[in-house]
Design a protein around this ligand. Sequence first.
Ligand code: ADP
Ligand code: ADP
Length: 226
Amino acid sequence: MKKVELIDVSKSYDKKTEVITNINVTIEPGEFFVLVGPSGCGKSTMLRMIAGLEDITAGVLKIGDEEVNNLPPSKRNISMVFQNYALYPHLSVEENIVFGLHVKKIPKAERKARCEETAKMLGLSDYLKRKPRELSGGQRQRVALARAIVNQAPICLMDEPLSNLDAKLRAHMRSEIRQIQRKLGITMIYVTHDQVEAMTMGDRIMILHDGKIQQIGKPIDIYNNP
Ligand code: ADP
Ligand code: ADP
């Protein structure tokens, strides 16, 4: 569990137009924090800055108590799940799950043990030898989740991870993600444009509008003061 702190953070891609303006927020350790807002309001940019995939134009970003403005993504100990899953088609489910552990030179026995534990948690134990194309949409989504949590990073970022699923599966995966996040005590920053997802999943919700905080609070408070 680690906190993520943004202090007066702004971002412009072209030095003229700001797409993120003066964001101040502390995401608490173990919190499920949802970022919501219309397309183009800056949600992905915020996630990518926290992950280190984009530079910050002004302000300070802290992970735990450490300022990380100049720290590359690989040193931030953050895992990320993307909208399109980004699985490697030529690798099996098992190879997809442990790919990052391989890169980090985790020994084989530990890779195997962690993979099996994670696969069990997500109901993937019987599918480890399959290729992504041999899986249903929901199973692919689970592989993407497994690949993120197998790292045991204290912070996880998710960018609209359920938008490719049908409504029923989406509802199921919402509660599954919440359960895993609670069980592992991960600090979660979750991007969606779906209000129901935001309201049902978030400990706190931040509504972004044109790169600024329009509203921030618990779902119940936002529901009562729309
Ligand atoms: P959201 O995730 O809420 O849809 P984004 O963070 O993707 O919003 O985009 C915020 C704004 O930044 C948009 O106006 C978008 O056009 C712009 N933008 C995003 N990425 C880039 C980029 N790489 N270069 C220039 N502008 C960008
Ligand atoms: P959905 O339509 O719900 O996404 P699918 O029809 O794609 O589900 O898959 C249903 C079941 O069949 C799943 O359990 C999936 O693992 C299995 N399956 C799908 N495609 C293949 C395949 N090419 N080879 C083996 N099993 C498959």
